[in-house]
Design a protein around this ligand. Structure first.
Ligand SMILES: CSC[C@@H](O)[C@@H](O)C(=O)COP(=O)(O)O
Length: 351
């Protein structure tokens, strides 16, 4: 698929850079950035130039690997690794993939204590690549499991962007849609624009249109109207962190869509890799919700300021959908139905 030629994040070791497509410039321009320092990588994650839970994890893994290729003293290696790891981990708090990817890189490194610096660099390169490949493979499986719950001709609704740009290849929430497209399912998809940063309008609409899917963009406050008219038979959303009880953090506005789906009797599906399930987080209450710059609400993306100067703004980037509103959670390992925790435990135990 033409869409899949877009590279969300990759390491270019000759250039000494993490290369990403700048998602803030989509859909107008497909611009790639070569990020060479921890500061540039931190800023790209913070400013959502690379975003989406798995993509942030992959970018951080490649990013730290690229930065560590420049360290030649074995004595400095572990100290510098810890410094860059902690720094990158401070870029965004909610998506667990950022932390698990960086932890995995550290574990790989710690297994090689006593090795020479070239071995350590190689280990980081391999681990980062393994993280990306596992995510891509998980997406395909998520798509297959998700598609088994859908029927040809269905109307679907999605919020934010959990597609190719947020992971790689099929994405998570969009994976059944891409697989269905390949198999002639003829879905019609409603993409919520997703205020305030418009990931739905800028990214999901772009992706689905490029893939030839029948997609209609709606403002967030139109979801109830399209559901009421019977145009939506299932909601598919991604996730940034799933607590052990199934409470799910995803882009702000997701919980509102879940409430609407419950009201209209529409199944509400959460799709993501098992790496997004955080068994150390018992419920959604323990998930840290990122709060962002008020300017994202008052002026960003608009030609002029749209709110009075000095207005108080509350700008949480995510919200938590309670497990009781979720019909099923679909991962690469299968489909979990409520109560979710036993299934999660089984998945986590058999790695
Ligand atoms: C497969 S991506 C899943 C989630 O990360 C996605 O739905 C989302 O909320 C992204 O938020 P963002 O702030 O754009 O990083």
């Amino acid at each position: 698929m033409d869409l899949f030629t877009i590279v969300t994040a990759r390491a270019d070791y000759e250039l000494g850079a993490l290369v990403i497509i700048d998602q803030t410039q989509l859909p107008e321009r497909e611009v790639y950035l070569a990020l060479k320092t921890p500061e540039e990588i931190w800023e790209a994650i913070y400013l959502l130039k690379v975003r989406g839970a798995p993509a942030i994890g992959v970018a951080a893994a490649y990013g730290i690997s690229v930065c560590m290729q420049k360290v030649d003293e074995v004595d400095d290696f572990y100290r510098e690794f810890a410094r860059v790891k902690n720094y990158l981990a401070s870029s965004r708090p909610t998506a667990v993939n950022l932390f698990t990817a960086l932890e995995r890189m550290e574990v790989a490194l710690l297994k090689c204590q006593g090795a020479g610096v070239e071995v350590l660099k190689q280990v980081l390169r391999e681990e980062a690549e393994a993280i990306r490949k596992e995510d891509a493979a998980a997406c395909r499986k998520i798509g297959e499991h998700g598609l088994s719950l859908l029927k040809p001709g269905m109307g679907l609704l999605t919020h934010c962007n959990a597609g190719h740009l947020a992971v790689s290849e099929y994405g998570t929430a969009l994976a059944p849609i891409y697989l269905g497209q390949e198999q002639g399912f003829g879905f019609s998809v409603f993409a919520d624009e997703t205020r305030p940063l418009l990931q739905g309008a800028r990214l999901t609409a772009f992706e689905l249109q490029k893939a030839g899917v029948d997609v209609t963009l709606i403002c967030d406050n139109m979801a109830s109207s399209v559901m009421k008219q019977g145009w939506v038979q299932a909601v598919l959303v991604g996730c940034d962190r799933v607590a052990a009880n199934g409470d799910t953090a995803n882009k702000i506005g997701t919980s509102g869509v879940a409430v609407l789906a419950k009201y209209y009797g529409i199944p509400f599906y959460v799709l993501g890799p098992t790496s997004t399930i955080d068994m150390d987080c018992p419920t959604g209450k323990e998930i840290k919700i990122e709060e962002r710059d008020p300017a994202e609400v008052t002026e960003k993306w608009y030609a002029r300021r749209i709110a009075p100067e000095g207005i108080h703004v509350y700008n949480p980037a995510f919200d938590v959908t309670p497990a009781e509103l979720i019909t099923a959670i679909i991962t690469e390992k299968g489909i979990a139905y409520p109560p979710f925790s036993d299934t999660f435990r089984g998945w986590k135990e058999c790695k």
